[in-house]
Write a protein that binds this ligand. Structure first.
Ligand code: BTN
Length: 329
């Protein structure tokens, strides 16, 4: 988004409940009064409802529902996450853009949002269906001051807790299926993909991608997943404002990241376990053989903690888990 428009939205967003005069805007933006007027007119054309009162100034009463750089910025109420926002109409994958920008030294907290991904990907290089305007497809760049590479996968669990907290505040019965699936009523709503660039003993950066089905109706879901995926719309019967969902999730993610870096993983672990899918239930684990195991929780390093039928504890790191009674992915 062009710099002046960005600053204009920022000024108006900081004055949501009161008007800001044309004179003040022209001073702050370093442009003429008539240039301010032109910008306000352009915003109107984009669907912003603007109150213009003589001698008082301008106030945005309502932003359009459409996902765009300016509408995300309008709703954003984080301190740092997403304050540098890269908005794309169509990309192959926001993860690819994230890595590219991180290599070019993009700031900690940069967020890349796309309306549509043509090559969205999930864990284990699976295809991730990312249609235009239906869901949220975004990646965040984190540059932890110091994080051992082996702890980077904990960030997946941090993000899972952030999403789960957001959904549960909306009265949805959310579960987290280890390691990265967000489930509602037994169906997948969102997934998380954490990728990192590390040196031997420290993470350089992490690109954390979140994909969430938001306004999908049943037929919008890819036919291969229709029986096992859901969307917020399907769970609530209400069309969602994507900007609001995104900015609320960014707020939760910023908060959980700060807890993670500030007090460490144990607090996140407790929150995670409260949402754990099939906790206390028997699942199956595939190593050389397939054996039954009971989910106990997660270990301090983020591994899934299970016990076998002899009561012996095991820590599972990779996707060798067969969630009993469900289709094997
Ligand atoms: C999974 O469940 O396997 C993880 C899915 C992650 C999808 C998101 S959408 C935004 C970002 N860009 C991608 O290509 N993937 C992630």
């Amino acid at each position: 988004m062009e710099g002046t428009k960005r600053k204009l939205i920022e000024l108006l967003a900081n004055n949501k409940s009161q008007s800001i005069s044309g004179q003040e805007l022209s001073k702050q933006l370093n442009i003429s009064r008539s240039a301010v007027w032109k910008h306000m007119n352009n915003l109107k054309k984009e669907g912003y409802v603007i109150e213009a009162v003589t001698n008082k100034g301008y106030r945005i009463i309502k932003a359009p529902d459409d996902l765009s750089a300016s509408t995300v910025q309008w709703d954003l109420h984080t301190n740092w996450l997403g304050q540098h926002l890269v908005f794309k109409e169509t990309v192959k994958s926001t993860q690819l853009v994230g890595h590219e920008l991180a290599r070019e030294n993009a700031d900690h907290g940069t967020v890349i949002v796309a309306r549509e991904q043509t090559e969205g990907r999930g864990r284990m290089s699976r295809y991730w269906d990312s249609k235009d305007g239906l869901g949220l497809w975004f990646s965040s760049i984190f540059r932890p001051e110091y994080l051992e590479p082996k702890r980077a996968s904990q960030l997946t669990l941090v993000a899972a807790v952030a999403i789960a907290d957001y959904l549960s505040k909306r009265d949805l019965d959310v579960k987290i299926k280890w390691p990265n699936d967000i489930f509602i009523n037994g169906k997948k709503l969102a997934g998380i993909l954490t990728e990192m660039q590390a040196e031997q003993d420290a993470v350089q950066y992490i690109v954390l991608g979140i994909g969430m089905n938001v306004n999908h109706q049943h037929d919008d879901l890819h036919e291969t997943v229709q029986h096992k995926a859901t969307s917020i719309y399907l769970e609530t019967n209400e069309i969602q404002n994507l900007n609001q969902v995104l900015t609320e999730i960014l707020k939760e993610l910023e908060n959980k990241y700060e807890i993670f870096m500030g007090v460490g993983f144990p607090v996140i672990k407790e929150m995670w376990e409260a949402y754990a899918y099939k906790i206390g239930e028997w699942i199956q684990v595939k190593t050389k053989d397939i054996w039954d195991a009971k989910v106990v929780g997660i270990h301090d390093d983020g591994a899934l903690k299970v016990i076998d039928h002899l009561g012996k504890q095991h820590h599972l790191y990779s996707a060798e888990i067969l969630w009993k009674g469900e289709e094997i992915e």
